[in-house]
Ligand binder design. Sequence first.
Ligand code: ATP
Ligand code: MG
Ligand code: MG
Ligand code: MG
Length: 519
Amino acid sequence: PPTQAAAVRDAFLSFFRDRHGHRLVPSASVRPRGDPSLLFVNAGMNQFKPIFLGTVDPRSEMAGFRRVANSQKCVRAGGRHSDLEDVGRDLSHHTFFEMLGNWAFRGVYFKEEACSMAWELLTQVYGIPEDRLWVSYFGGDPKAGLGPDLESRDIWLKLGVPASRMLSFGPQENFWEMGDTGPCGPCTEIHYDLAGGVGAPQLVELWNLVFMQHNSPPGPSPIPLCHLSVCLIPVILWGASPCIPFLAREKDGSLQPLPQRHVDTGMGLERLLAVLQGRRSTYDTDLFSPLLNAIHQGCGAPPYSGRVGAADEGHTDTAYRVVADHIRTLSICIADGVSPGMSGAPLVLRRLLRRAVRFSTELLRAPPGFLGSLVPVVVETLGGAYPELQRNSAQIASLVSEDEAAFLASLQQGRRIIERTVRRLGPSDVFPAEVAWSLSLSGNLGLPLDLVKLMLEEKGVQLDSAGLERLAQEEAQHRAQQAEPVQEQGLRLDVHALGALQRQGVPPTDDSPKYNYSL
Ligand code: ATP
Ligand code: MG
Ligand code: MG
Ligand code: MG
């Protein structure tokens, strides 16, 4: 069986093309086209949304799509589906990942074929032992009057999955909805047991198979995120009730059966690779180890050793993961024309870049300009699959370096201002809230407030927290309304900071003061 990233990706695509007659389509750009509900493309199905919604131009190539497979570049770093807060802390979530997917549009095949193809690929082509695989299926939703998806359960039983390795979950995990309205249906997921039969299962989600069909009422946003990650899953008992039809949720919240049905699946390449390479972590695969090595070579830090949580003293391994993750996302996005900037997706990227700079300089002792030097490593590992990286590699590196330099300059200037202010303080004085506030808000600096606090801590100076709180409250009252649209985008911009910026006519230059640095 294939084990290296390129071979595993290719095996997926050729399995669906050669054995099952799928047409291969390239990954869409990570910049969503004509879809304001999305900051970034976050699932393989995004580019096929017009098919699901029934809005596809009949003259377009897509109108003829029936069986399709691809490897989609996905970013989950902002908006409703952001995994940013988990990245670095766990061993299975990335802000950029590749989603391998297959689709059957307009019912050319359905549950039975979808499940059996997935099972065939995982167990025969990739050679994953059957007894390490668990499946979950929709266990029903009494509130919505829906029974369990017994059809999927029976298909898995027929394929040889024993009931003891099946789980059923409610709508949160196993019912897929495009938004509040629109196409939806039950999904069934395949999980891998890292514990390997020893003790309680430790399941990591590998592949999601969604069974749905299109409908056209407007739905505000794409995919709800389930949150299973690496965890222990209790078996939930379900009660028998009639099988559910394929559905769309109408504006009044009701579910209507639909005439056409589609299969939409997605499997994370990084997680699959980890399984095939016998690792517990996506970072221990050939997609990440060249980056982790390059970070080790370029910084003064001890080598990456895969520790998580409390075991990761000094957050060194967390920093390795954050930096490796973020530079991949930055490279992929810049190659697709989304660069760090002031609002929306560009602001998310600026936030990623600054996070990466802080983690690398402060925790890994990276020299200035280090981040840009990782771009060629990303191009080396991903450029074969996504040639736009190769085409734009010089531009990506220089953009990253420029933004890094600008941020480092702001940091330096911030330190100078702090030092100057501290020199003037009397022995029992606290650091003035106005100065702290201006460091975080001034158009040139825009430093995250928690960083300002850290810098003060380093100096052993006490901040006028009450004063700062007062300023924050004033601003919140003043600008809460204007901040609303930004919050909707899920950028976690600080409403107080934003209000003050707007009042001063200064555009925001950085992410939230609530910015999660210390994890
Ligand atoms: P999880 O529960 O682990 O957060 P999910 O249910 O949000 O995953 P789906 O939306 O079902 O994920 O996406 C399909 C597949 O994409 C998942 O089964 C997983 O293999 C992969 N995947 C999802 N999110 C990430 C991520 N942040 N990093 C890497 N792979 C991911
Ligand atoms: Mg899922
Ligand atoms: Mg999930
Ligand atoms: Mg998730």
